[in-house]
Design a protein around this ligand. Sequence first.
Ligand SMILES: Cc1cc2nc3c(=O)[nH]c(=O)nc-3n(C[C@H](O)[C@H](O)[C@H](O)COP(=O)(O)OP(=O)(O)OC[C@H]3O[C@@H](n4cnc5c(N)ncnc54)[C@H](O)[C@@H]3O)c2cc1C
Length: 377
Amino acid sequence: MTAVGAAAPPGRGVAELRGQVRELTDRWLAEGRYVPRSDCWLRSFDLEFSRELAARNLIGLTWPTEFGGGGLDARCRLAVTEELLRAGAPVAAHWIGDRQIGPTILRHGSAELQRELLPGIVSAEHIFCLGMSEPEAGSDLAAVRTTATKVDGGWRVNGLKTWTSQAHHATHAYLLARTDSSGRKHEGLSEFVVDMSGDGVEVSPIRDMAGEHHFNEMRFTDVFVPDRRLIGTVGGGWRQVIEQLSFERGGPERVLSTYPLLRQSIQWLREMRDDRFDDELGELVGRLGTLRRQCWEIAEAIDAGRAPVTQAASLKYRGTAFEVDVIEFARRVGLPATGDGPLGRALSASPGFSIRGGSSDVLLSIIAKSETAEARS
Ligand SMILES: Cc1cc2nc3c(=O)[nH]c(=O)nc-3n(C[C@H](O)[C@H](O)[C@H](O)COP(=O)(O)OP(=O)(O)OC[C@H]3O[C@@H](n4cnc5c(N)ncnc54)[C@H](O)[C@@H]3O)c2cc1C
């Protein structure tokens, strides 16, 4: 991939960052230490790899240097994440902390919480999972029933979270919980950070249809969470989590989950000396360029201090459709579809693309509402 229009900050520019990532992924590949795969940001967990990135200061790239961050802009981070996804590298260990929990703590967390948690995310010591969804609250996230009840010095948490990616490896959970049930459902929600090693936290595996274990159920029974682990304000959880979802939806992982398969398809066509699919390939590459441009615009909005909620919803809606079309392309060009091969693995992961992080139906509704609001203003 070539860089899309970023201004290179002095000393640590986009090209240099891309080079650092390529050096690391190429070396790991040559040493046989990982197999590139689709959906690596969710499924390929390797603490050692994340710590090698951390040693190169490639986690928390946009965060202030006082917390160990790189002090660079979101476009630099975009270049790094594009390269990691392009290589299908094992990045799941640090992805959630780097992408959304660190930025949320930076936006809303107290100075104490920032000092306590950010350096550990940057060094890949703290591994985060996302405790949002519940059996009755996925698309309707405001319906969460997990409660956090005020007690002396903190909060007592009870409830069940589901589909929690990598909870079985996490040291910390982000938790959206109800702190007040008396008002409307969007009110009375608050955000917390919970220690996964604490008393009363139970994690049980959920296997996907291919038998892979990447998500889980998390049960909280009378779990004590100290006051300092509240993120932002009591009752401010809904506004805060909506912002957080723009970090979750607005990155290149909503476009590039199947990029390794696109590369393999191109390689395959070259080896077969088959040019029958050139037009289709050209269309896919054109769409990819447009989507990357959209990622770039979102990074610029984040640099300008905005939380680009609608832009991110639109990227995820269009990006996940592209990811699935890449799989269909690979199938049509004739890549073998064995269960544990690259195409088989991408196929079995694909039903989740348009669901996780907000289903496509729900994203369309967010986009339509914002268009209507703009038309009325
Ligand atoms: C691979 C994967 C990883 C995940 N990881 C995590 C994680 O780490 N942490 C976490 O908290 N969650 C995670 N999730 C959960 C994910 O965010 C939810 O599955 C998602 O928000 C949908 O919620 P639901 O499963 O309850 O489906 P439902 O909300 O029950 O939706 C079912 C169907 O109804 C449609 N629908 C629902 N409401 C509307 C509406 N208002 N308008 C139109 N259509 C509607 C949906 O589009 C969908 O097709 C993960 C999911 C997947 C697939």
